[in-house]
Design a protein around this ligand. Structure first.
Ligand code: CTP
Length: 404
């Protein structure tokens, strides 16, 4: 296990020494990177002694010349050599930098160059932790696929009691090793995922779309990446960041989505169609903005290509997972779509339920499988649901092979 431990500048930096020791004891080779502020709290020598490795503190070390040249590319080497980036304490400043892609020191630059899983262990004053700016930055990082060990409630160095205390270093080390030794059962797979809505233009300023946020598709992408898959996401326009380490192909219309999916179908071993594709597009898109001179405007709509059905015809041995958003007759509709679109699994969800579905972080779905099984998954986070979808998909593939 090769882990890079980023240490931010907060009082809790001293606990990062315990974390470094716990990671080494768990069998990891630990490369410590400290921010300049972190070195104000703890000496690099402490970490060097605990890990047996030189500690990196600067993008450009004092002395310049050839030493600076070597270190100018070191963040790329460190990014490539390590399988996990753990940041503890993740200060408010570090999370702001990561969320917005700043790269003005070694750790923030490494963060941008790093494509593996990231584990953040925040620690800060309670007001800083609950500040809307910190909440927003954390939401961006979570959506991008970062894992977070939440801070604990307790007495803080600033004299107040509240949330913000760094989680127990043993607990953080446990999460880190779990992420690394966790299942890599999608290693060798190329998973093609569609996500988000599509937009069908009406005229140069208007379009038809739907309420899909892309959260389910991006959660699937994160789960697949964490389990070792190569992931390609064909994404309609969404407001959420893509997980690091996956290839995103942005598209707008159903027709563009179809072309992108077909271009990458050859490489894929599993295809997951989580996108909410528009069913209709305009027969003729107005070249100029439609003016409000007429009392009534009618839009003539033609069906869009049904991408899922087309892949169903061309899928070969690939596992094909479709989605079905329904407002009634959930299971019957899901079964009908499974058959008519030649899918191996349909992930069906009732739309219009409180706290699940479109913009929500949670979902509640029923899986309808080609084997005839119907599995109701309990309500959970989209990340958990995504993971269970892949569990079932792998079992299903074994069952389908065995039945041949
Ligand atoms: N889908 C697709 N291309 C379309 C429409 C839908 O690939 N033009 C896919 C979606 O990505 C989803 C599945 O088909 O995986 C089911 O989408 P849904 O909107 O629930 O079903 P429809 O096929 O549109 O059927 P209906 O309108 O009867 O509900």
């Amino acid at each position: 296990m090769n882990i890079v431990l980023g240490v931010g500048g907060g009082i809790a930096a001293y606990k990062a020494a315990e974390l470094a020791r716990a990671l080494v004891q768990a069998g990891a080779r630990v490369q410590v990177v400290m921010t300049r502020a972190a070195t104000e709290f703890v000496q690099p020598l402490t970490f060097a002694a605990l890990t047996g490795q030189k500690v990196i503190t600067d993008l450009f070390p004092a002395g310049g010349g050839e030493a600076a040249l070597a270190s100018a590319v070191e963040h790329i080497a460190v990014a490539q050599q390590n399988e996990l980036l753990v940041v503890a304490p993740a200060t408010a400043d570090l999370m702001a930098k990561f969320a917005h892609g700043a790269a003005d020191d070694f750790l923030s630059t490494l963060h941008l160059a790093f494509t593996g899983p990231i584990l953040l262990a925040p620690a800060m004053n309670s007001n800083m932790w609950t500040h809307p700016a910190t909440r927003a930055n954390l939401a961006i990082l979570r959506e991008r696929g970062c894992h977070v060990v939440e801070p604990e409630e307790g007495f803080l160095a600033c004299g107040v009691t509240g949330p913000g205390r760094l989680a127990d270093p043993e607990h953080i080390a446990g999460e880190a090793t779990r992420l690394l030794t966790g299942r890599k059962d999608l290693d060798g797979e190329t998973i093609l995922i569609t996500a988000g809505p599509t937009e069908e233009p009406i005229d140069p300023v208007r379009f038809i779309s739907n309420r899909s946020s892309g959260k389910m598709g991006y959660a699937l992408a994160t789960a697949a990446r964490d389990r070792g898959a190569r992931v390609i996401v064909v994404s309609g326009p969404v407001q959420i960041p893509a997980p690091a380490g996956v290839t995103v192909i942005p598209v707008r219309t159903a027709s563009e989505m179809r072309d992108a999916v077909l271009r990458h179908l050859e490489d894929a071993t599993i295809v997951v169609k989580a996108a909410a594709v528009a069913d209709f597009h305009l027969a003729r898109v107005a070249q100029q903005k439609i003016k409000k001179t007429a009392a009534r405007v009618s839009l003539e709509l033609d069906p869009t290509p049904d991408i899922l059905s087309e892949i169903g015809r061309k899928k070969g041995d690939r596992l094909l997972i479709g989605f079905a958003a329904e407002t009634q007759d959930l299971k019957q509709e899901a079964k009908r779509k499974l058959e008519s679109k030649n899918c191996d699994m349909i992930v069906a969800n009732m739309v219009g339920q409180q706290g699940t579905g479109f913009e929500s972080d949670d979902n509640e779905v029923t899986l309808v499988l080609r084997t005839g099984e119907v599995v109701d998954l309990p309500r959970g986070s989209k990340r958990d649901i995504a993971s269970q979808i892949f569990d079932r998909a792998l079992q299903l593939r074994l069952a389908l092979y065995a039945a041949r």
